[in-house]
Structures are given as C-alpha cells and as structure tokens.
Design a protein around this ligand. Structure first.
Ligand code: TYD
Ligand code: MG
Length: 458
C-alpha cells in the first residue's frame, strides 16, 4: 500500500507536512507524531467503501429533499437519551469519553441490556474478556439479557461481524485498543485510532447501524488520540467523575442532532449506574450551619434548570501575586468580575487570594452565574454568612450592570419548587405578576446588589 508521511498534533489533531517543534495551530510544544496515511483512501478498507467509488455525483435541491424524521433508538435511560438529544440516531457514531473508572463500560453494558429487549445490540470489548463482562452483568442484575458479546481488537474482524450480524447498535470498548492490520503502528496511536474510527464511521453510514465508541481521556484532559476524531463523529459526550464522589455527570460536547448543554446525572451504586432525576436535590446537600462564602444559584442546562451551590474563599495573599482560582467556573471571568467590583463598588481584593468552586463537581459554563460568584466572594470577604434561603442569578456586564438571563421565569419557578424564599435576579427578568411565596429582589447594577445584600447579611 502506498503511504505518505505526515505529522499530526496529538493535542488538536492538525496535520503538518513537516516536523516542527511547535504545532502552529494550537501552539503546543513537542506534540507532533509521525504518522503514515494512505495516499488513496480506496485501498484502505475497500470492503466498506465499495460502492462509493466510481459513482457519478449528483446534486439534490434542498427544497425537494424530504427531511428524515429522525426516529431515535432509546437507550432505556432517560438521562442518557436527553444528553443525546432524545436517543440514539440510527447510522450515527457516538463517542463517549471519560477517565478510566468513570463508569463508561458500566453505562454502556446497561444500555446494551436495555436495547437488547427491543432490538439487537453487539457489545465488542477489546479490554475485557467475555467472562469478565458476564461477571459485571451479574452484578448489574442483567445476566439474562440477550446482549451479543465479542472480545475483539481487530477492526477488520469487527466489520465482518457487523456486516454478517447486522445489529442495530454496536458498542466498541474502547477505540484505543482497536487496530487495523494494514497499518503498522501500535493501537492507541493517532494513526490507528484515526483509521479505525474512519472505518467504523463509514460502516455506520453504510449499514444504518449506530456505533457507540468508548475513548479514554489522558491526564491532561485530552482524549488520547481521539481528539483527532471529534470532527468525524456525530456526538461526543463526556462522563465526568468528580474525585471521591459517587455521582457522575454526562454532558454533551458535540451533537449534530441536538443541544450540547444538556446534563445527565447518575449515581454509581453497587448495582451499576442509577439515574438521578432530581439532581438539584443532591447538589444542594449542604451542612445545616450557615457559612460565609456559600450561595445557591440556578443554572440552565439545556432543557431544564439545575440548582447548584457556589462557594468562595477569600484570604490574605500567601506570598507573591494574589491568586484567582476557579474550579468548575471560568477563571478569567472571575478575574474580570473582581475588576468590576473594584472599579464600580470600590472593593479591592488586590491583597487577597480568591478561590471559587461549584460543589458536586459540576461545571458551569453560563454567564448567569456571574452574580452568584461575586456574591459568594463578597460574603467570604466580609466573613458574613448569607441567608440560607437565598438564591442568586444574573449576568454581570463590564459597566457594572446586571444583565438579564434566558429562561428567567423558569429559573424562578424551580427555585420556588425547592422551597427557597428569597431570590436576587436581574431587573430585566422581572415577572409581570408577583410570584407566590418568594420574595424577589430585582437588581440593576452590582452596587445595587451589594447594597441589598448588606441589609441581608446576619
Ligand atoms: P467502569 O465501567 O469499568 O469504568 P470505565 O469503563 O469508565 O473505565 O467502572 C468502574 C468503576 O465503577 C469501578 O471503580 C467500580 C465501579 N462500579 C461500581 O461501583 N458498581 C458497579 O455495579 C459496577 C459495575 C462498577
Ligand atoms: Mg471500561
């Protein structure tokens, strides 16, 4: 087979014709790996690409194409389906990433068990033997499920098996142990991972069969190799496991068939992963004593609100520069908010270290938490606890104004449902009618908010 040598970045996947010390795309150092790619795609995996070669290309007029009503295959788990945008789309490829031990194999075996009840599912494991999988199935209470199992690492064998058996869903655990015989680099290398995924993707489209690929994440948080896959696959979901917690969050990173900001929550039990349908309740497990630096906010995760606790710690600088550390939040925004607080409210934290954290290992990407973060920082700085029945949300603008957030009314209703009685929210989110049982302080600027807060502090 004719090949050419290129250099692929293991961080961002960009390819370069020559070796260089730094990737010119992501600016990372020493991350280029030499790989051989086939000159013509036709020779590689010609079995699956047959039928595509030599055909005459045609054009379709958009208005005349009938959109396929995406019938979805349910994974049998509501939380998983929601993150996927309503279930698995036939013929699509889903990549599920996460740390080793997060529970990817457990989640997918449970899914396979559910799928086997209504359609056919093939579970290919390259990491565990069939006996080991069966042992896990016993633990999950699904020993009698009619899941088809195979312990394989050759992508060629997988293709053959899939073409013969025609299952509607195939799980590949994991893409890093798969290899294509024609390519002589080790499994897990960029070349192998890229080629195996490309073949499986072609197979998925050709046979209308859904593939769910498992990808392990390296210490730096990159999918080893499979970072290069992100553009090939249809959906990429991450299973996050906060250290020491039994809760797992599943979030969409890329989804061609739905929203990406959905969050699914599971709890790892002795009988596998269980769905948590009311996650606000678990993220709000707080000690009963009021503490300075803690406040509850309500974020919007795709189609539903989620209540989370924001904590902050402000302390005298311990040598050198003041530190701004954010866990689960954007650290640059934190620094920006502190500047706004200094400029518009005259509160300087230049001689203080500031730490902010979202409890429960949740990651919050939306700007609606801005005000809650600053409120927690302010409470810690003043060393005064906030009322425990208070929920704060709102976006902060550079001029010190509090900007409205989407779905304001739904957020307020969620807060009310959980028994909180006080809310601080942007004035532009003001409700037309008063909300029963909750006292809402609508604020228009940060100084307005801090003034309201001073009256509330114990
Ligand atoms: P696993 O699915 O093997 O993780 P991954 O495939 O992402 O590497 O999950 C492994 C962890 O889950 C392991 O630490 C044991 C735990 N676990 C339970 O607590 N209960 C169970 O029922 C199962 C099957 C696993
Ligand atoms: Mg596993």
């Amino acid at each position: 087979m004719k090949t050419k040598t290129i250099f692929a970045c293991t961080k961002c996947g960009a390819s370069h014709p020559k070796w260089q010390g730094q990737c010119s795309v992501c600016e990372e150092w020493n991350c280029l790996e030499e790989i051989d790619v086939p000159r013509a795609n036709k020779q590689i995996g010609s079995d699956v690409s047959a039928g595509y070669s030599g055909g005459v290309a045609t054009i379709a007029r958009l208005s005349e194409v009938r959109a396929e009503a995406n019938q979805r295959i349910s994974s049998g788990m509501h939380e998983f389906d929601r993150v996927l945008g309503g279930g698995l789309v036939p013929g699509s490829v889903v990549l599920i990433g996460g740390d080793p031990g997060a529970g990817k194999s457990t989640l997918l075996l449970q899914m396979a068990g559910n799928l086997a009840q209504q359609s056919s599912c093939l579970y290919v494991s390259g990491e565990e033997s069939i006996q080991q999988i069966a042992g896990r199935a016993v633990r999950l209470g699904m020993a009698n499920a009619s899941v088809e199992l195979a312990s394989l690492t050759s992508v060629g064998q997988v293709s053959e098996l899939v073409q013969k058996e025609r299952p509607s869903v195939v799980v590949i655990d994991s893409i890093q142990v798969m290899f294509a015989d024609e390519i002589d680099s080790v499994p897990g290398s960029v070349t192998q991972v890229r080629e195996c995924a490309a073949r499986l993707t072609r197979l998925a489209k050709q046979l209308e069969c859904t593939f769910v690929l498992v990808g392990h994440v390296t210490k730096e948080g990159n999918l080893a190799g499979p970072k290069v896959l992100e553009h090939m696959i249809d959906c990429f979901v991450m299973l996050d496991s906060p250290p020491g917690s039994r809760y797992r969050t599943l979030r969409g990173v890329k989804n061609r068939f739905g929203a990406v900001n959905e969050l699914g929550v599971f709890a790892m039990s002795d009988r596998g992963l269980r769905e948590v349908s009311n996650p606000s309740a678990i993220f709000l497990e707080r000690s009963s004593e009021p503490a300075a630096g803690s406040v509850v906010t309500v974020t919007w995760g795709g189609t539903r609100p989620l209540l989370v606790e924001i904590q902050a710690l402000v302390d005298d600088v311990q040598g050198g520069y003041p530190r701004r550390v954010a866990v689960g939040l954007d650290a640059q925004r934190l620094a920006m908010h502190l500047a706004i607080m200094h400029r518009h409210c005259g509160i300087s934290l230049a001689d203080q270290d500031v730490f902010a954290n979202v409890t429960g290992g949740v990651r919050v990407g939306e700007t609606a938490v801005d005000l809650a973060v600053l409120v927690a920082v302010y409470s810690s700085f003043r060393n005064r606890p906030l009322p425990r029945d208070l929920v704060v949300f709102g976006e902060l603008g550079l001029t010190g104004e509090i900007r409205p957030v989407p779905n304001g009314q739904e957020r307020i209703r969620e807060v009310q449902k959980h028994g909180f009685t006080r809310i601080m929210a942007p004035i532009a989110n003001r409700a037309k009618r008063p909300i029963a049982g909750v006292e809402v302080a609508f604020v228009k600027s940060l100084s307005d908010a801090l003034e309201t807060l001073s009256n509330m502090l114990d």
